[in-house]
Every structure is written in structure tokens, then in C-alpha cells.
Design a protein around this ligand. Structure first.
Ligand code: NAD
Length: 312
């Protein structure tokens, strides 16, 4: 029988994205928002007032009052926040990327396993209806091409575009290709920041699938597109607008069919699924292992790009 108890949730880091974690925990049937913590206490007070919850003076105090926490601090702070929380016995939703080193990701995976705690990583596109459609209709992809573009913002520049944006598409192609990675070949440059702003990576999988990923954070427009080719046809899908079509050979020749998506807020689906996993002891759709694997590929891409970066 499914557990009907509400999960007591809290959010650490209520900046651009964390405010939405707080809103959604206050809205979902499965969860109760007990409070927030942010190193910027004014920001914490503003978000707590908006959603009628407490501001906690320390991370530890919030951890003691909650069963599960979202870690939505800048990426280079994930490990220092997450490890002590796992030690204290909290289930965690850690925003993507899981952290910034493979060693730290392994520590998170090990500690969560030792303590029998749920760790879900915020690879939000896995909860987008576009991903649900692909999981139902993709069997043996041969070639996947992705494009993820964003305007430049100072927020998020503690890491390059690969860890910030391309990591989403790495997670997606790892799941769809469903094969070991054979090789990674990457190029990229920095334009406005110290880390890469534009990157291209070709990932070859052992089963023959090839993924060609493009990401930029110095674009004038936002794009999150994917095209996927498999025997018999292809699909062209848009994660941002939750729209797209498939093309295949039908009785009257080549047919283009629009996909009727039931639009939904991916973050809401993600947090609802996290709460369900914690309450009912299920494995998360994107656990620390997949999050760690995506990070490992992302770090290999940034390692190849690093010699091209100019610091003047
Ligand atoms: P942000 O800078 O807007 O917010 C971060 C907040 O954390 C700030 O309010 C800051 O005061 C607070 N903070 C910093 N260090 C802290 C600490 N040690 N303890 C407590 N609070 C601390 O950043 P953001 O854009 O919201 O990004 C946060 C995380 O979310 C990053 O890991 C980012 O990659 C991820 N993110 C994911 C998506 C997605 O699509 N899944 C989108 C945006 C951001």
C-alpha cells in the first residue's frame, strides 16, 4: 500500500531555482514545506514569507526539522552542503550537476548507500514530457543531435557551459543510448568568462550510437532541441516548448506527425517523483549513479577543452 504521510521538506539555497523548489514543496499533496535556509538571510526571509514557512538559522536546524532537503546552492558548494546532510540522515535532491569532481560524486554515492538514503540529482529534463515520449518510442537510436542555447548571465558562471547546460543533454543521451561510452571528442572556447561558453562534443557509444551535443551560453535566444534518428525514421523535439514531430515512412510515403504533448512543469514532476521515492522506498529515476556518470563525461569534455581557454 502507498504511504499517505506527507514528507517534511526543506530547501537550502533559495536563489533563482531554489525559490521554485520551495513553491512546489508548498503546493504538492505529498509534501509539506517546513522551511528554508540561505546564506543570504534577507533572501531566505523573502521566500519563507511568500510560502508561509520558517526561516532556519542554520542548515543543521533545518535538517533536524525535515525528512528531505533540496540542495540548490551554487554547484561548487554542493559537496560541502550535501555530505554533512547525508551524515545526519537526510534524503536529498541535489541540483545538477551532482558536484564538480568524480571523487566527490563517489563519496556522495557511497555515503547515501551506507546510510540507506535517497539521493536524486536534478536532471530535470528526465521529467519533461518530451523525455517520457522518447523513453516510450526510442528503441535503438543511431544518431542523436542536441542544441542547448542560452543568453549570457553572471549566475551559473562558477562552472562552464558543459557543467551548467550540456550536462542535461549528457544525462539524456546516456539514458537513451543505453550503452557504455566508447569515446569522447570535444572542442570549445570561452568568449565572455574564464570557463568555456560554447562547447561541442561527440560521444560514441559501444553499441554504435553517436551523439553530437552543442551548448552555448552566449546566444541571443534560448533553444533546447533534440533530433534523434533510428531505423525507420526520426524525431525532432523541443524540450523548452514541449512540442515536436516524428517523421517516418508510411503507406503514402514520408509522413510527418505532430506529437500531442500533455504539457506539464518538469520541476513539479521531478519533486513529486522524489517525494514518492522517499516515502515509498523506490529508486529515483535519476540517482547519484546516473548523475555521477553524466558528471564524469562532462569533466572529460571540459578536460579536452581546457587547453583552448584564454585567460586574458
Ligand atoms: P543562485 O545563485 O540564483 O542561487 C543560489 C542560492 O544559494 C543563493 O540565494 C545563495 O545566497 C545561496 N547560497 C550560496 N551558498 C550557500 C551555502 N553554502 N548555504 C546556503 N545557501 C547558499 O543559483 P541558481 O541558478 O538557483 O543555481 C543553484 C543550483 O541549481 C546550481 O547547482 C545550478 O546548476 C542548479 N540549476 C539547475 C537548473 C535546472 O534546470 N535543473 C536550473 C538553474 C540552476
Amino acid at each position: 500500500m502507498e504511504n499517505k504521510k506527507k514528507l517534511r521538506c526543506g530547501v537550502i539555497g533559495v536563489g533563482y531555482l531554489g525559490q521554485h523548489h520551495a513553491r512546489i514543496y508548498s503546493e504538492l499533496e505529498k509534501t509539506e514545506l517546513v522551511g528554508v535556509f540561505d546564506s543570504n538571510s534577507e533572501r531566505a526571509a523573502e521566500i519563507a514569507a511568500k510560502h508561509g514557512c520558517r526561516v532556519f538559522p542554520t542548515i543543521e536546524a533545518l535538517a533536524d526539522a525535515a525528512d528531505a532537503l533540496s540542495v540548490v546552492v551554487p554547484t561548487d558548494r554542493h559537496t560541502e552542503v550535501a555530505l554533512p546532510l547525508l551524515e545526519r540522515g537526510c534524503h536529498l535532491l541535489i541540483e545538477k550537476p551532482i558536484c564538480t569532481s568524480v571523487e566527490d560524486a563517489q563519496k556522495i554515492v557511497r555515503l547515501a548507500r551506507e546510510k540507506d538514503l535517497t539521493v536524486q540529482v536534478g536532471h530535470i529534463e528526465h521529467f519533461n514530457p518530451v523525455m517520457n515520449f522518447m523513453e516510450a518510442h526510442v528503441s535503438n537510436p543511431k544518431y542523436i543531435k542536441t542544441e542547448r542555447l542560452a543568453e549570457f548571465k553572471l549566475r551559473g558562471t562558477e562552472v562552464g557551459v558543459v557543467l551548467d547546460l550540456m550536462i542535461h543533454d549528457i544525462g539524456i543521451v546516456l539514458k537513451l543510448a543505453n550503452s557504455e561510452v566508447e569515446s569522447v571528442d570535444a572542442v570549445g572556447v570561452n568568449v565572455l568568462s574564464r570557463t568555456e561558453d560554447i562547447a561541442n562534443a561527440r560521444i560514441k557509444f559501444k553499441n554504435g550510437c553517436v551523439a553530437d551535443l552543442n551548448a552555448s551560453r552566449v546566444s541571443l535566444k534560448r533553444v533546447r532541441d533534440l533530433r534523434l534518428f533510428q531505423r525507420g525514421g526520426y524525431m525532432s523535439l523541443d524540450f523548452m516548448n514541449q512540442s515536436g514531430h516524428i517523421v517516418k515512412v508510411g503507406e503514402s510515403g514520408i509522413e510527418q506527425i505532430e506529437v500531442p504533448f500533455d504539457k506539464q512543469e518538469p520541476l513539479k514532476a521531478e519533486l513529486d517523483s522524489f517525494a514518492d521515492c522517499v516515502l515509498n522506498h523506490k529508486n529515483p529515476k535519476v540517482g547519484a549513479n546516473l548523475g555521477g556518470k553524466a558528471l564524469e563525461i562532462a569533466l572529460e569534455i571540459t578536460r579536452q577543452i581546457a587547453p583552448n581557454l584564454q585567460q586574458k
